[in-house]
Design a protein around this ligand. Structure first.
Ligand SMILES: Nc1ncnc2c1ncn2[C@@H]1O[C@H](COP(=O)(O)OP(=O)(O)OP(=O)(O)O)[C@@H](O)[C@H]1O
Length: 966
């Protein structure tokens, strides 16, 4: 036997294998990995394009340009009113108030002497008083950019006033400056003409020049700092959505569960994802900064490379941690895009709020800052705004490693620095990871299993001794009380005997060395839950899926568990593999208890499981699956390759070894699952319906593999194929409704539960060659023959037909009549012509029949216990209400002189595809035999039912068939 790795070396091996799996998955999913790493190029290009558009709209403003040597602006003219942004036509270049000849002449000269353009007379409007101007401006807004108010005080004094619309109005991204555009030209014109008028020289030289400061270009708008947060959030969203998707899909497809059963350490699992995503994030951040530099943004060129890189890296890492945490709440991978989109929208809005200065200012309380900083996009917005304002002008040197913890010298509202943001991002990242692990443990998994809210307070959790204790049901739902399980003594003698052997061994504390698994009264009740929703409460009642199993599985043997759907087979397997906790009882696997966490971790090392549904990664090949599971199992690294090769050869997948399992056929997937279950030489192999979906050739091949695998180990197999059970099973048990109904070898079951021999008699005139005429004469002619044959069977073998129709009769002949059969059939054959028989078929009972009988019996048991009534419609048209499952039913009111005890029918029951019992037909009405005690007169069941239907009365089959008849 191979020595498996343990402890730290196993953890490292598992980590490496999972890390490799993540690399392969990312490589096979190139498009999303490419987007994760390089999407920054696209977004930075967008920022670049937006920046260019903004720059071109700002290029006409002087603040944008470097002005080392400003030009003087001489005689700025009064512009035409149409030049004003947003003007209503007709408009006036200016209006004025004041009266008198001198004022009129001043206005006249302003018009005529306007530099470069004479202002037309109809473009100037006069008013008597300033109040009149105001009234006009108020009632006709936006028809004029400025007004002059003249007052002639005396011959040497003329005063004037100016009004302009000081609102700076934007147009196509530019702003109008009313002071320079309207106010100053009006002022110069008014003063010039007043001076000339007072001096009396109309040509008096009046030169006024304006000159702005020499200044470097000022970038009051940082594209990266302003629109960057949204774009960089979008970049991070790729990684965020892919990460949630990857984690949830492994949960949804139960891949994680499968790895856990194989003995996967949680630490390896989380570490493998974390380190891989950290690497992708690192590359993505590196390229973000490099692309930013490539597009020559001051933001990227002037701030230190390391500072920028850390901002993007820590932010994206934080988002990955956030994704880890959110993934614990999501159960469907398809929801990850919706979650990502919602986070993006919320992030966009909160980043807007952050950009407006809230809550990172001195007046906002600290608690709001703390709360706000818990959402990573807000920290990014703040960091980018700090880095943006640190590179606003060419004078600003940006933020370097040494100024990381310092506020910008002009920032009076500085409450947070880049260094603080780093600390916040790191701290919240750790918080998300811890919360992810915590929620992962306390939120019920797909089997409804979770740990208690305070599981981490148990010392056993940290020491590995007793920390595996789990609970069932949601956190916000209370489980209803579980009704006790009644102690039922099994009907079947073999099951009773098996139970007493196990109980005896438990009592004596003796361990049979030939026993691999000892199941000791294993019971499983799924707790009913009361889910308290916002509008209504939903309640489910507890369900006893396993009602106390006592059984030993021997070594070197295949134990086959059969049972109808819902019998509890998978539940039993899940209890053995630790997927679901047991409610009562225990199971020892090679001496280790499934109830103890230490026992369970030992069990995981010695079992291999092929689950009911294939649990495989579509993107991994068969070979990669085997390498991964062999590593998780702890096989020494040197042996993994050869073990995988042998396994592939065993299941005939060598040629498909390198093909992705997504392209495997159903049968190939099942074979791969069987190979995974057998890897690492497990001492107990559990195969849950391993041959489902296989063609007969492949199935036979897998049977060979299983047969070979029996040596040296115990195998538990569940199947719905009776042939498979018959061929492979050394011991077979049939379960129904959570209990073992029978146990033993195939032959024993057939002889005990098989109905014996089945004889099928068909009649001349009913076969295709002898099709009856349209009136059914030929069929009608079989009636006397059928009666004669029935009498013949009744007389010689004491059997009545199990099934009959116009074409044939089916008789079940019990085993004890075996001795009479040779003579009986010889005679029947001799009288074939006389009886109008066309064919006689005789067959042995099959395991399938045993199965159907047991399943039906269990169903009847439940039906009788529940006392459900169903309606039986007789051929006469009369309806009877009878208990579900009743076989012989007496018809009330049929007593006559001829039949003093009345008439009865035998009801035939069958199970539909859901296993529910329904009536398939009934025998002709026959007189109730005198041996029957319970008749209509003896029962009180004669009254009319609720619906007015008559109740039939149940007759004990033993009274009809006699005590020896089964
Ligand atoms: N998590 C659960 N919560 C409540 N009831 C459950 C749960 N899992 C299984 N059951 C119920 O327990 C019963 C046994 O289910 P189980 O899956 O063990 O049957 P099975 O014998 O494996 O059937 P199949 O042949 O269809 O696989 C079923 O009635 C099922 O509805």
């Amino acid at each position: 036997m191979v020595e498996l790795l343990t402890g730290f070396s196993l953890l490292v091996q598992q980590f490496k294998a999972l890390y490799k799996k993540n690399i392969i998955l990312s490589w096979r999913n190139k498009r999303s990995t490419f987007l994760q790493i390089f999407s920054s190029f696209f977004f930075i290009f967008l920022i670049f394009a937006i920046d260019k558009a903004i720059n071109s709209s700002l290029s006409s403003t002087t603040s944008y340009k470097n002005i080392p040597d400003p030009k003087p602006l001489v005689f700025p003219p009064i512009p035409p009113c149409e030049d004003k942004f947003f003007i209503k036509r007709p408009c006036f270049d200016f209006v004025y108030s004041g009266s008198g000849r001198r004022i009129e002449s001043i206005v006249e000269r302003i018009r005529l002497n306007n530099p470069g353009r004479v202002i037309p007379a109809d473009k100037v409007r006069s008013f008597q008083t300033p109040d009149a101007v105001d009234a006009w401006l108020y009632s006709d807004p936006m028809h004029c950019p400025g007004a002059l108010h003249f007052v002639e005080r005396n011959a040497t004094v003329i005063s004037y006033g100016i009004q302009t619309n000081s609102t700076s109005v934007p147009k196509r991204g530019r702003y109008e400056d009313p002071t320079f555009k309207f106010q100053i030209p009006l002022q110069i014109a008014a003063e010039r003409e007043i001076a000339r008028s007072l001096i009396g020289d109309p040509n008096f030289s009046w030169v006024v020049g304006f000159k702005e400061f020499a200044h470097p270009a000022v970038r009051t708008f940082s594209s990266v700092g302003t629109i960057g947060p949204t774009f960089f959030l979008a970049i991070a969203m790729f990684g965020f959505v892919f990460q949630i998707g990857s984690l949830v899909i492994e949960k949804e497809l139960k891949l994680r569960q499968a790895m856990s059963i194989m003995g996967l350490y949680e630490t390896s699992y989380w570490l493998s994802w974390l380190t891989w995503e950290a690497l992708i994030t690192l590359l993505s951040s590196l390229f973000t900064v490099l692309f930013g530099m490539m597009f020559r943004f001051d933001f990227f060129l002037h701030n230190s490379f390391a500072v920028l890189f850390l901002v993007f890296f820590l932010f994206q890492l934080n988002m990955i941690g956030f994704a880890f945490m959110l993934s614990t709440f999501i159960s469907k991978a398809s929801s990850s895009t919706t979650v990502g989109f919602s986070i993006f929208i919320v992030g966009f809005l909160t980043q807007l709020v952050t950009a407006f200065g809230w809550p990172y200012n001195k007046s906002t309380k600290k608690k709001y800052k703390v709360l706000w900083s818990l959402f990573p996009p807000n920290l990014l917005a703040k960091a980018l705004s700090l880095l943006g304002s640190a590179t606003a002008t060419s004078e600003d040197t940006g933020i370097s490693w040494s100024t990381l913890a310092k506020c910008h010298k002009d920032d009076n509202e500085c409450v947070i620095t880049i260094a603080d943001i780093y600390k916040w991002l790191l701290a919240t990242f750790c918080l998300w990871i811890l919360l992810a692990i915590y929620f992962d443990n306390i939120i019920p998994n797909s089997y409804g299993v979770r740990k208690s809210l305070f599981y981490f307070l148990r010392p056993g959790y940290w020491t590995g001794r007793g920390g595996g204790k789990v609970e069932e049901g949601g956190i916000c739902s209370c489980t209803s009380s579980i009704p006790p399980l009644e102690d039922v003594i099994p009907d079947d003698e073999d099951v009773r005997e098996e139970e007493s052997i196990v109980k005896q061994q438990v009592l004596e504390g003796s361990v049979d060395p030939n026993v691999s698994v000892q199941i000791r009264g294993l019971a499983k009740t799924y707790p009913g839950t009361i889910n308290i929703g916002c509008c209504k409460c939903s309640k489910t009642s507890p369900y006893h899926a396993l009602k106390g199993l006592w059984v030993n599985f021997a070594k070197n043997q295949l134990f086959c568990l059969l049972g109808p759907n819902g019998a509890g087979k998978t539940t039993a397997i899940n209890c053995l593999t630790g997927i679901t906790p047991v409610t009562a009882g225990d199971a020892l696997i090679y001496g280790y208890s499934v109830r103890s966490s230490v026992g369970m971790s030992n069990i995981r090392r010695i079992i291999g499981v092929c689950p009911q549904f294939d649990i495989l990664w579509d993107a991994l090949s068969g070979q990669e699956h085997l390498h991964l599971f062999a590593s998780i199992k702890g096989l020494p690294p040197s042996s993994i390759k050869s073990v995988a090769e042998n396994s592939l050869a065993e299941v005939r997948l060598v040629e498909a070894a390198k093909m992705r399992s997504g392209s495997y056929s159903g049968g190939m997937k099942r074979r791969l699952s069987v190979a995974i279950a057998l890897i690492g030489d497990p001492k107990l192999v559990i195969l849950d319906e391993p041959t489902t979906g296989m063609d007969p050739i492949t199935r036979r091949h897998v049977w060979d593999i299983i047969e070979t695998a029996k040596k040296g180990r115990a195998i538990v197999l569940t199947t719905h194929s009776m042939e498979e059970a018959d061929i492979l099973g050394d011991r077979i048990a049939i379960m129904a409704k959570g209990r073992l109904r029978c146990i033993g070898t195939s032959i024993r079951l057939k002889s005990r539960f098989g109905t014996g021999f089945i004889a099928n008699v068909s009649f001349i005139g009913s076969t295709p060659g002898q099709t009856p005429n349209i009136n059914g004469d030929a069929v009608a002619s079989t009636e006397p023959h059928r009666e004669a044959v029935k009498q013949f069977f009744k007389y010689h073998l004491e059997v009545v037909p199990k099934e009959e129709n116009k074409a044939f009769l089916t008789f079940v002949i019990p085993h004890e009549k075996e001795g009479l059969l040779t003579r009986f059939f010889a005679e029947l054959q001799d009288r074939e012509r006389e009886f109008g028989i066309s064919d006689i078929q005789l067959g042995l009972t099959t395991l399938e029949e045993v199965f159907l009988n047991i399943a039906k019996k269990a169903e009847l048991e439940i039906a009788v216990a529940e006392g459900i009534l169903v309606t039986l419609t007789l051929t006469s048209g009369q309806s009877l209400e009878i208990p579900k499952g009743a076989r012989f039913v007496g018809i009330p009111g049929t007593e006559s002189a001829e039949n003093p005890r009345g008439l009865m029918v035998e009801v035939y029951w069958e199970q539909d595809e859901d296993g529910v019992l329904c009536i398939s037909g009934h025998s002709p009405e026959t007189p109730i035999p005198p041996t029957v005690q319970s008749t209509a007169s003896a029962t009180t069941d004669l009254q009319l039912g609720r619906t007015g239907t008559v109740h039939g009365f149940v007759i004990d089959p033993s009274e009809v068939e006699g005590p020896n008849h089964r």
